[in-house]
Design a protein around this ligand. Sequence first.
Ligand code: FAD
Ligand code: MLT
Ligand code: ZN
Length: 505
Amino acid sequence: MLTARCCSRTLALRLRSCPPLRRSLSSVTENDILHFSKILDPPSIISTLSPIHSSLEDLHPFNNDWMRKYSGRATTVLKPRTTQQVSEILKWCHEREIPVVPQGGNTGLVGGSIPLNDEVVISMANMNNVRSFDPVSGILVAEAGCILQSLTDYVAPHNHIMPLDLGAKGSCQIGGNVSTNAGGLRLLRYGSLHGSVLGVEVVLPDGTILDQLTTLRKDNTGYDLKQLFIGSEGTLGIITGVSILTPPAPQASNNVILALPHFDNVRPLYQTVKGQLSEILSAFEFIDRTAYDLAVKHGQGRALNEEDVEGAECFVLVETSGGRREHDEEKLNDLLETLLSADRPLINTGVLAQNPAQFSSLWALREGVTEAVSKEGKAYKYDISVPLSTFKEVVDITRNHLQSQGLLHEDAVSHVLGYGHVGDGNLHLNVIAKAYTQEIQDALEPFIYELVASHRGSISAEHGVGSMKTHALHYSKDKISLELMKKIKEMFDPKGIMNPGKVIA
Ligand code: FAD
Ligand code: MLT
Ligand code: ZN
């Protein structure tokens, strides 16, 4: 790489967001299993009930989330292969008033894909076919259970990429991505899924199939219903198919990690970088020093040289994607020269990737923070939108608050850190603790939500609401918006069987 230089109560967590479950909803019975057996082949049903008799271990991956923070008590998981099967399952569940939880790759970070009680899990893993791809328009139509990485691999030989990328790409599914309106590392360049998703096929709670799987880029025929399903986290229906616009693959990509002496430099740096790189800038990602140290400690990417890291308060990863390698490299080198030769340089160093392996290694330092955090301890994750100028302040205030509560020590909270998507104003404020405890939870909430509200920010920038934040929605949505959301939910799902207790309690 080229370096340029300038000078106890474990798990007592009473998830307050858990609603007092169920008005009059039913549990799955053996009779229901007999009915599901008429719709699905035997391997597509996992159930502890007769006549299937699966073990609790078989259900474990579906009842527990990626962070091991949320757990459910589902007795039954159904894995349909076709939209028709999803429709027949929901029709039955609707009649019997059995609640269901749609589940994609189960990488969500807000407890949305885990039952709160014994709801049936409908896993989309078996619906993993690409239905069509048009290499001229770049429009891909895929079943909801396709894994994001496999779609990336599918379009790559046609010189296209997926318009989104995230650390969970090896497990998350396109249906899960659309249902959470996932943001990720490419949003700065390609915008949100509200723009790139062209259509969806959805099975509504009563089993009706809503075919909005259009491949049109323009369609102004009234209300755009698909938008309701983007980000609705399985509370309005099950997405079975997605039509999405994939951009042409850039001819050349490069990246550089910039080490900054002060967080205050991030804002002017972003302005300079945007100004100089303009159309080739494709990512501008931020990690603070704690996040960097943890990524290195847990083997995410290769550590930078000691002298590059010395005196750095935080780091920014800049990626370029463009049409001509020489042109892009020239721009990136010019940028580094400008930054390093300034009278009061905004950066200490810049470490530029020289080959694909170094490119991946630099990305791993940023992308790998999530994994590193979860290896270090139990993570309380707050995915917030606040003004960029307050990113550091929010992290510091939270740390000081925990300190004042006597919780900043190795038996309680070990780290408070920040990283995220600068270009999108999205900070990931993470608190790492030895265990999930009620005491820490009470110290963090509503403290953080009030802090976010004081900046008129959002309590969920990209991860969604799930079961984690249902009780806190009012910090980011006014009364009228909340009432309208409830009416929409009632209209689609009057019996309340779709992912109960998520998004709207
Ligand atoms: P799941 O976790 O299975 O489900 C998420 C929600 O969608 C649940 O409410 C579920 O009920 C619903 N759902 C799933 N499939 C369907 C369907 N077919 N129909 C209806 N509802 C459905 N998120 C970001 O936004 N940006 C990131 O950069 C990012 N990085 C991550 C990195 C790591 C390492 C991890 C573990 C997670 C990350 N996430 C990120 C969070 C998560 O990966 C995304 O929210 C992802 O989109 C979830 O997809 P999934 O298939 O795993 O969905
Ligand atoms: C990220 O940007 O890395 C993801 O949103 C996951 C996380 O917040 O840890
Ligand atoms: Zn993120």
